[in-house]
Ligand binder design. Structure first.
Ligand SMILES: Nc1ncnc2c1ncn2[C@@H]1O[C@H](COP(=O)(O)OP(=O)(O)O)[C@@H](O)[C@H]1O
Ligand SMILES: [Mg+2]
Length: 347
């Protein structure tokens, strides 16, 4: 592949001049960015790192002046607001610059954990039953809702707002947890049927033609059999806690062939229905032969040691090849989206 000028776009929690990036490259926080930057450089590309907090003019100016061939998009927020994640990709579309991963339509759709399930349920994909509890409206009646249930923020990520109290046994507990999410996080909540099953992550790569990577499973080895198991905020981010409860991801090995096949087909269907581009990870719960959709992650974490890249490498695709594929997929998506438009006036 020819050498490209790549703008590496990533999040900052404050505005920081590029001249100061050198102080951060070797910190653990910048590990994913470092992995991608080093790999793009190894692949022969010219990388311009660009961290963004809330200075949109600086971003537009850089794109216009530098004219990158591509933006490698690692941004998930703007001004610390995750709601704005899709907007940055919409801006890139309008600026006419290709970018890696999914565009605004998919990012917006996947953010809303109620809407995604309505769409997927319509297409016969097994999803937990749910009710949305908006901040601005009375909570819908839970009289007919089956417990135990699971209460989480409607639109947050990375298990934010998820703790032991998310698993609720009755209406009273559910209402208390909804109130907690409304008050503490200031966001809408979703109440879902609790799926007591294995937690599985499936990585997919592609635009039209899709490769499904071997599944990863999250294990809870030290949590007693009788306790409900799920990925809380602590279980994602607190190493001590993970160690204590034996929480770690690994390979899902013992799934019957037919279930595995069903799961892969289901994930491809989900990926397409939610307009994911380039690369994505589908989170599932598997109970016996039943596979339930939990959440879709367009632009999942692409750090070298995380589930997505590990799955790719298990299928024989090393990190360099993976990053190279993500780049080429974004260029081909851009080309097909910008193919000569039909001249509507002429027809
Ligand atoms: N309906 C559910 N049943 C059982 N566990 C769930 C359910 N919904 C979420 N969880 C647990 O909570 C975790 C985080 O939920 P998820 O919807 O993936 O949000 P996030 O975007 O924060 O990752 C999941 O990985 C899973 O362990
Ligand atoms: Mg998730």
């Amino acid at each position: 592949m020819k050498s490209l000028k790549v703008l590496l776009l990533f999040d900052l929690s404050m505005n920081l001049p590029a001249s100061e990036y050198a102080n951060y490259w070797n910190t653990p926080d910048w590990k994913p960015e470092r992995d991608v930057k080093n790999t793009l450089t190894k692949l022969g590309h010219d990388v311009i790192p660009f961290g963004i907090f809330d200075d949109i003019e600086a971003f537009v100016k850089t794109v216009k002046e530098q004219k990158p061939d591509l933006v490698f998009n690692m941004s998930e927020a703007f001004s610390n607001k995750r709601d704005f994640e899709p907007n940055l990709t919409a801006l890139m579309q309008m600026l006419g610059v290709p970018f890696t991963g999914s565009g605004p339509r998919s990012l917006q759709l996947c953010k809303d954990k109620g809407l995604t399930k309505i769409i997927l349920d319509y297409h016969d994909i097994q999803t937990p039953k749910f009710l949305v509890a908006k901040k601005s409206q009375p909570v819908p009646s839970l009289k007919k809702f089956q417990f135990p249930a699971f209460v989480k923020p409607l639109e947050l990520e990375s298990s934010e707002g998820i703790s032991q109290g998310s698993h609720v046994a009755n209406e009273k507990e559910a209402l208390a947890r909804v109130k907690f999410i409304h008050d503490r996080f200031g966001v809408d909540a979703i109440i879902e049927e609790f799926i007591d099953g294995r937690e599985v992550y499936v990585g997919i790569l592609g635009n039209e033609k899709l490769s499904v990577f071997p599944p990863r499973e999250l294990f809870f080895k030290e949590i007693p059999e009788s306790e409900p198991k799920f990925a809380t905020y602590k279980s994602k981010w607190d190493q001590e806690y993970r160690k204590k409860w034996g929480i770690d991801s690994g390979w899902m090995t013992d799934m019957p062939e037919a279930t595995h096949k069903k799961m892969n087909e289901m994930c491809k269907k989900i990926y397409r229905l939610l307009h994911i581009q380039g690369f994505g990870r589908i989170d599932l719960r598997v109970r016996g032969d039943d596979v339930y959709f939990i959440e879709a992650n367009p632009n999942p974490s692409i750090a070298k040691k995380e589930d997505y890249a590990l799955s790719a490498s298990k299928s024989g695709m090393d990190y360099e090849e993976l990053i190279g594929k993500i780049v080429s997929l974004s260029l081909s998506a851009f080309e097909s989206e910008n193919a000569t438009p039909i001249d509507r006036k002429a027809s």
